[in-house]
Design a protein around this ligand. Structure first.
Ligand SMILES: [Zn+2]
Length: 275
């Protein structure tokens, strides 16, 4: 069965997100652990995390993913780097308690042309040391000049850190922005082959399914509703139906046709593309 999810709000409590996902026809979901705009260390009582895990399971909304804070920069050598490490360590413990599969993370950016690379890998290793066994640290590919716009760069980090809980999220808008062409059957097949060789398909935890308002290769990454942007429906069709990727959950982070976030109309488009 295809797992189709969307990023939804946690307003009123995490558990409400499950209902919001169901309302728009999803059977998977992505949420923030806490507000992503500040250094918020969520406090969630055990009874609440248990209730969340049970509810998501009963309603068959699975997997659930966290999207980590936008402030995180694991390549930073100062206070921001330390806070980033602490926040993610905290969040991944909560993920385990709530039955959340893992946190999807934008790694951050280098100030100094890659000089902070060792720092980045050290930070990731330190987080993994304290991370429960049953959750994933999921690196999202970037669609701008930040860390992770190239598959090779992600492969290098994974090779260096060496941990089976280190996974990848591929965002179709960001791949488009970074100049990865997936529009033909051949180009998609080639991409899957290269990804498998360099990183390994078993590392691909989730797709972010977004169209793009910006041109191919522009390194700009404003999301758009499926079919309204410049990515092209064929890309979505390929990844949803290719034998090697059709089992991977997809999460929508689109603006919504009414501008209120992912909606049923976008979810229905995904369903219409399934062969
Ligand atoms: Zn994304």
């Amino acid at each position: 069965m295809h797992r189709i999810g969307a990023h939804v709000s946690i307003a009123g409590g995490h558990i409400k997100a499950i209902d919001r996902a169901l309302e728009i026809g999803c059977n998977a979901v992505q949420i923030f652990c806490a507000s992503p705009r500040g250094w918020n260390f969520a406090k969630i009582p055990e009874s609440d995390s248990d209730a969340f895990a049970k509810y998501a399971k009963n309603k068959d909304v699975t997997p659930v993913y966290f999207h980590a804070s936008y402030l995180i920069n694991l390549a930073d050598t100062g206070r921001i780097g330390t806070l980033s490490k602490q926040l993610l360590t905290h969040e991944l413990k909560i993920a385990s308690a709530m039955g959340v599969r893992g946190s999807i993370v934008h790694l951050g950016s280098y100030k100094d042309n890659g000089k902070n690379h060792k720092h980045l890998c050290d930070h990731i290793s330190m987080i993994l040391e304290k991370m429960p066994e049953d959750v994933e640290f999921i690196i999202e590919n970037a669609g701008n000049r930040k860390i992770g716009k190239d598959i090779d760069e992600i492969a290098e980090i994974i090779e260096e850190v060496k941990d089976k809980r280190l996974k990848v999220c591929l965002d179709t808008c960001h791949l488009h922005a970074a100049g990865y062409d997936l529009t033909t059957e051949k180009s998609y097949e080639d991409f899957v082959t290269v990804f498998d060789e360099k990183i390994g398909l078993e590392r691909l935890s989730v797709w972010h399914l977004n169209d793009s308002r910006d041109p191919f290769g522009s390194l700009r990454d404003r999301h758009d509703n499926l079919g309204e942007g410049l990515v092209g429906m064929d890309v979505f069709k390929h990844l949803l139906n290719h034998p090697k990727t059709k089992h991977i959950p997809v999460i929508l982070e689109v603006p919504g046709f009414k501008g209120e976030g992912p909606d049923k109309q976008n979810v229905d488009i995904v369903k219409s593309l399934l062969v």
